[in-house]
Design a protein around this ligand. Sequence first.
Ligand code: KG4
Ligand code: ZN
Length: 374
Amino acid sequence: MGRLPTRPPWPVDLEGVGPSQQSGPRTAVRPQPLQEWDQETLVLGIETSCDETSASVVKGGREILSNVIASQTDLHRAYGGIVPEIASRAHVEVLTPVIREALLQADATFWDLDGVAATLGPGLIGSLLVGVAEAKSIAAVLDIPFVGVNHLEAHIYSSFLGDPGAAWPAVVLLISGGHTLLIHARGDGDYEVLGGTVDDAAGEAFDKVARFLGLDYPGGPEIDRLSLLGDGDAIAFPRSMIDEPGFDVSYSGLKTSVINYVRRAEARGEEVSVPDVAASFQQAVVDIQVHKTMAAVDHTDGERVFLCGGVAANSGLRRGLEQACERRGLSFYVPSMELCTDNGAMVAACGTALLRRGRYSALDTAPDPNLPLV
Ligand code: KG4
Ligand code: ZN
């Protein structure tokens, strides 16, 4: 395995750029990809942007040797949502043991690592700081490269981990608790955002509707589970913006429609079928996203669709998009459930792709809670 220097061995002009003058992440770009990065390269990926503490060792950017995920769901359940202070404290407590476990499961030691990647943003700043500080410390002590990774880009790379046949270019539906984006991904680091939500992210809508219906936290998986017992055509909730040109979506109106429907029915003394409400809400989300994704495929003349992000675990969306792709002869890629949720493997895979292109992050790079994809 090639051992690489921490600092780029080519001239980089960092004159006068101290931590106090820093504005956003700095990466040093090497003109040629490093020959040393090959199929044997081991990268440790650390993810702490939200409520999952995860570390993973990935070989050659594609082969997952370990992917340890410690979920904080139980800590936040009592509050019905993520409490940032609790999240960062929990990351501090479990990150080191999670990394140790990831190395053990990968049958590797710190000294086998060729690089360390950590999520730089977007996410909760306190949580991001924990992972980034630990990753930089490991890189500094081992004298190996550190690279800060965009969480959204990492989700895109989960498509490659899920299926070795995945390739660029692709229309990517990146759908999670914080983001809902349709992206034309042309290659490594070459992304065009075609559209996104103008209000709530899809996962946020799932969670809010679930809370209103009195379901357990987190709400997305609960609605998914209940939908299997209900009729998705029972209630005609609106498909906002579906017929408008462009690739933007809106979920705030759909959420309000669900609330109004339940309140009106209760006011009339009618019994509400919660499974029917859940299934009809989910069907509306699926119809909107499938429609817009296919429009993006037409727009880009695409042949491949990637579905990724936390809401990619939704059974209705997986099925709906797969069937739409099948009808049009498109290749469809969606990772396993474990790789849809936030995880270190996608960070390691994305970090490896960056390092291969010679993109290192300086050791004074700060996390950015609002880091944009492009
Ligand atoms: O990607 P992720 O783990 O965290 C963010 O980056 O946001 O996504 C979490 C979101 C939550 O809103 C959760 O309710 C939703 O993904 N989710 C689901 C399902 N599983 C997780 N939504 C719908 N159906 C599911 N099966
Ligand atoms: Zn995520």
